[in-house]
Ligand binder design. Structure first.
Ligand SMILES: [Zn+2]
Length: 314
């Protein structure tokens, strides 16, 4: 049963205090009821400061321990408003925008909060794409289009996969890669696409050989076809241009290459749910994933950008 606010009014009435937010987190974290993290006991009584005490072993359990909310200095009401803002706005929000709207004391607080939320935008163990899938790479950042296979300083290379859904686009996956090499593109393919799917690419040599991984491969050479790359692979090109517009529009292009993966996660989260009838459903999903993903301390966010993320987080 998915329980979420439908409107801003409903949201504000429902999540007016810490206790209301905690109750919501509790229901999402322990949908079958309380379960003690230490002894597995199923009974708890309320303790101090919003904690729960296990009736069996007296362990003090917290609904936010082990989640992205762990060790936060911000009230949950602020977190919830941030999540509502991020999910109810079509394009999300920048750190500066969030700082202003929530009246946060510093830009860094808003920036960190958004990055913690992005950690929750990828569902662990999510399914791979299937059916017919287009794959291509694109450069993000910088002014001019770069030549393929050549590393440039200010641009990041992003691999994009997009399911065909009739003439339209189904779900997408994206990943930053350092070069359009066979090992990297094949690794992305295996992370993003279910074997036995039909994969449609251009004639770039790094895509050759994917049949040995269990895929069916269709490719078109742009040169000599009389068509542009975007006409041959219209879905990935559409996604690439939406991504670039979003990075420039919502984030003013101020995304460092080190953190780009997390922005790709946010874009993907939003894109794959673009047909949700209620924005509240995105709110629900994000809170749900926020209590199932581990904490990400500020130091880790700043110093240890993700590289070669493991498949189940990708
Ligand atoms: Zn216990």
């Amino acid at each position: 049963m998915e329980d979420y606010p439908r409107t801003l009014e409903e949201f504000e009435a429902r999540f007016a205090d810490e206790e209301a937010c905690r109750r919501y987190l509790f229901a999402l974290r322990w949908p079958e009821g309380f379960r003690c993290p230490r002894c597995g006991g199923l009974q708890a009584r309320p303790g101090s400061r919003g904690l729960l005490r296990c009736s069996q072993c007296d362990y003090q359990a917290s609904v936010i321990a082990g989640t992205i909310f762990q060790d936060t200095r911000l009230p949950l009401t602020i977190w919830f408003r941030a999540i509502w803002r991020v999910t109810s706005q079509k394009n999300g929000t920048s750190a500066l925008g969030l700082q202003r709207v929530l009246g946060l004391g510093s830009y860094r607080t808003a920036w960190t909060l958004l990055h913690k939320l992005r950690r929750a935008m990828v569902r662990p163990g999510r399914e791979r794409l299937r059916g017919r899938v287009e794959i291509d790479e694109t450069y993000v950042g910088g002014e001019e289009e770069g030549a393929r296979g050549r590393q440039t300083r200010d641009k990041a290379l992003v691999a994009i996969a997009a399911e065909e859904d009739g003439a339209g686009i189904g779900r997408i996956r994206m990943k930053r890669i350092t070069q359009a090499s066979k090992p990297q593109l094949h690794a992305f393919l295996e992370e993003a696409v279910e074997p036995s799917s039909i994969v449609h690419t251009d004639g770039w040599e790094s895509y050759v050989g994917m049949e040995s991984l269990g895929y069916r491969h269709e490719y078109d050479f742009v040169a000599g076809s009389g068509q542009t790359a975007s006409a041959l692979l219209p879905r990935v090109h559409r996604v690439a241009s939406l991504l670039k517009r979003w990075l420039l529009g919502t984030h003013q292009g101020s995304v460092s290459r080190e953190h780009l993966d997390y922005y790709l996660d946010e874009f993907t989260f939003r894109f794959n749910r673009r047909r949700s009838r209620h924005r509240g459903k995105l709110f629900y999903r994000l809170v749900e994933q926020a209590v199932s993903v581990g904490p990400a301390p500020y130091g880790e966010i700043v110093r240890r950008p993700r590289r070669g993320r493991p498949q189940h987080m990708g």
